[in-house]
Design a protein around this ligand. Structure first.
Ligand code: IMP
Length: 179
């Protein structure tokens, strides 16, 4: 992992989690899903854009027969959640009777998942669970069941590995935290 600060839009970030630490957390999470869903064929619902890198790595470790769909739900600007959740876009697959695993980059206030899960549930799936890379327990403002959390983190703003700061930083293989 790079040991130096990076600057995005004039804001400094310091190294927080290396690519290998992330890989280990993601592989452990996938192993739990593989065990829990043995004999089933889940539909992974990946929330764009932040979830793309996590989902890509997670799915490489999933040994179950499964399907993947990408959706988009909310806009996010700066370092504070807007709390705005738009329509769910891109969910054309038939979800009725399916076991859905929502793949999200980070659960912060929980607003996004709080709105998304009921929308998915209204379409009659057999089950809906959330698999998130990061969870900030101190920020949570909604009652939410998080079945799969790769890593709990403090209430700090992080970038890299799919997560952005106003559009920048998603491509970084490591995760950095705002200084
Ligand atoms: P929530 O709705 O407040 O739980 O926030 C969920 C969304 O906010 C995530 O999907 C991210 O896009 C964004 N977000 C929250 N915290 C961070 C962060 O520390 N870095 C980058 N994006 C974040």
């Amino acid at each position: 992992m790079g040991s130096s600060l990076i600057t995005l839009h004039g804001k400094d970030f310091q190294p927080y989690l290396s690519a290998s630490q992330l890989a280990e957390a993601v592989e452990n999470l996938a192993a739990r899903i593989n065990a829990d869903y043995a004999g089933r064929q889940p539909l992974f619902v990946v929330v764009l854009t932040g979830g793309f890198m996590f989902a890509s790595d997670l799915l490489k470790y999933i040994t179950l027969p499964c399907e993947v769909v990408f959706i988009r739900v909310s806009s996010y600007e700066g370092t504070e959640s807007s709390g705005m959740v738009k329509e769910v876009l891109g969910l054309r697959e038939e979800v009725q009777g399916r076991d859905l695993i929502v793949v999200e980059d980070i659960v912060d206030t929980g607003t996004t998942m709080h709105h998304l899960v009921p929308k998915l549930q209204s379409q009659g799936p057999a089950s809906v669970v959330i698999a998130t890379l990061f969870f900030k327990p101190e920020s949570l403002r909604h009652e939410l069941t998080l079945n799969y959390v790769a890593k709990e983190i403090p209430n700090d703003f992080v970038v890299g590995y799919g997560l952005d700061y106003d559009g920048l930083g998603r491509n970084l293989p490591d995760v950095y935290v705002a200084v």
